[in-house]
Write a protein that binds this ligand. Structure first.
Ligand code: ADP
Length: 478
């Protein structure tokens, strides 16, 4: 098997490789991927620093053309890349192809942004002086990504970084180097000058840490766990660098008595269990008022029985496996914790055997949960959800907001009054009415509040806040 290497200063390099394993079939090796060490990371950062002066002054048409070309190739190869994604991460083929299309759309959007970057001209408070406000690239951007969106998250960090003239050192999650390698290869062949985009695959504690420890990384964008996010923050404060964090969620989905039962059940099923519950926007707390509670639980449980959990690449599969053995163990631990805490397991939670050896888990639903239980407070990051019974809308809103996190929040209701009040009062970065808490557009801001996020929003025009720095220029008119 050939080794997929790291890209450092425009050269593919590295011979120390590890296997990328398919979670739907552990006998299937997706490929061999190089592991960088700290010296490789330093070389990548030096290459990005050297490439910055020229790239940050490059013409906007050159950047536009490269990002457009990358978008076109991703779109043309969507079936193949979507398959690679499903094979290495375990989400279904439809989800894998959908995510690949989204990556292509993101590169297309930021190709357009290259041509739309504008500043402001403002009269000075002093006569005869002009003030211009411009945006400039920040410098070398470090990008650290998680395994759950192997192509979309790298795309939504790399595309704006390059569009606004930054150079990049990119470290993908160890479990999903395949999609990361593919988009770096695409961008490299699309014509990026050497050193503008560097790929360093490998362990977080080695590769990620070496990025955090470098004084030459000017900005760090991170998506992953709360614990690692804190390390990114501390190291960034130490080096006085800009940083942006997207971390966990414990997203609530409120179901009111007046909800359309079908809408409520389908949205809950989707948000709690699709993509194997491995989305930071997944809803794991279903907060249900007492008038609809029993009907909702009966309908959701019935619906869960018909969901097909199997090999991600198989036609008809609706939910793929959990990403790896340690995540599966963690999910199953939480099922035990929920039972011990006194919640009632009404469906699922057991390991499943399928034709191929993989990490299959039957989606689990608890009822009789309280918001104080660990299963209601800690992010599980798997197909495990609990129903919390509440008296009325006021209690539902209070429970929804009673969490250390604040990424996404949803409600199922036919009441305009409650929907409007909820949109205004949900303590979250994103609010959904009669829609799943997961599943967002690529051209509008993404991000949260409280323990979920830190720094400017990602995606859409708002991405400029993080990936540029503002300069205020004063000129005497003469
Ligand atoms: P999860 O694996 O639960 O998504 P992590 O925070 O462990 O969350 O991983 C997210 C990303 O952070 C991965 O690319 C991982 O390799 C990286 N990472 C893990 N530990 C460190 C660290 N000490 N320094 C920098 N990056 C790290």
């Amino acid at each position: 098997m050939t080794i997929h290497q790291n890209l450092i200063g425009g050269t593919w390099t590295g011979s120390n490789a590890i296997e990328n394993i398919n979670p739907s079939d552990t006998s299937d090796i997706v490929g061999l991927y190089a592991r960088a060490d700290a010296a490789d990371v330093q070389a990548a950062i030096a290459a990005a620093k050297a490439a910055f002066p020229a790239w940050s002054r490059s013409g906007i048409l050159e950047r536009h053309a490269i990002l457009r070309k990358a978008s076109d190739e991703i779109m043309a190869r969507k079936e193949e890349l979507g398959r690679l994604l499903s094979r290495e991460e375990g989400k279904t083929l439809a989800e894998g192809i959908g995510e690949t299309i989204r990556a292509g759309q993101i590169f297309d959007f930021f190709a357009g942004e290259c041509l739309r970057l504008a500043g402001e001209t403002i009269p000075s408070v002093r006569p005869n002086i002009g003030v211009e406000i411009t945006r400039e690239a920040v410098g070398v951007v470090g990008i650290i990504t998680p395994w759950n969106f192997p192509i979309a998250i790298p795309a939504w960090k790399i595309a704006p970084a390059l569009a606004y003239g930054n150079t990049v050192v990119f470290k993908p999650a160890e479990l999903v180097p395949g999609c990361a390698w593919a988009i770096v290869d695409i961008l490299h062949r699309a014509g990026l000058p050497a050193g503008v985009l560097n790929l360093v695959m490998g362990k977080g504690s080695v590769v990620g840490q070496a990025m955090l420890d470098s004084p030459d990384v000017n900005a760090m964008t991170f998506t992953g766990s709360t614990g690692t996010g804190k390390r990114v923050a501390m190291a960034s404060i130490e080096h006085n660098r800009k940083y942006q964090l997207e971390m966990g969620g414990k997203n609530p989905f409120v179901v009111l008595d007046d909800a359309d039962l079908n809408v409520a059940v389908e949205a809950s099923l989707n948000s709690a269990f699709f993509s194997t519950g491995q989305r930071c926007t997944a809803s794991s707390r279903l907060i249900v008022t007492e008038g609809i509670h029993d009907r909702f639980v009966a309908a959701l449980t019935e619906r869960m029985k018909s969901v097909v959990v199997d090999n991600a690449l198989k036609a008809g599969t609706q939910i793929g496996p959990v990403v790896d053995a340690s995540q599966l163990a963690q999910d199953m631990d939480y099922v035990e914790i929920g039972k011990r805490e006194g919640a009632k397991l009404v469906f699922g939670g057991e390991r499943l055997n399928r034709e191929t050896e993989g990490f299959y888990l039957q989606p689990a639903l608890f009822t009789e949960a309280t918001n104080q239980m660990r299963i209601s407070r800690e992010e599980i990051f798997g197909p495990v959800a609990s129903v919390i019974r509440v008296k009325d809308y006021e209690e539902a809103l209070a429970v929804a907001n009673d969490t250390p996190f604040g990424l996404s929040s949803g409600i199922a209701t036919t009441s305009l009054k409650h929907a409007t009040h909820f949109k205004r009062n949900a303590e979250a970065g994103m609010v959904m009415v009669n829609l799943p808490t997961a599943g967002v557009d690529f051209h509008v801001p993404f991000g949260g509040r409280k323990g979920s996020s830190f720094g400017p929003r990602e995606q859409g025009r708002y991405a400029a806040e993080f990936f540029t720095t503002v300069k205020t220029q004063y000129t005497l008119a003469g």
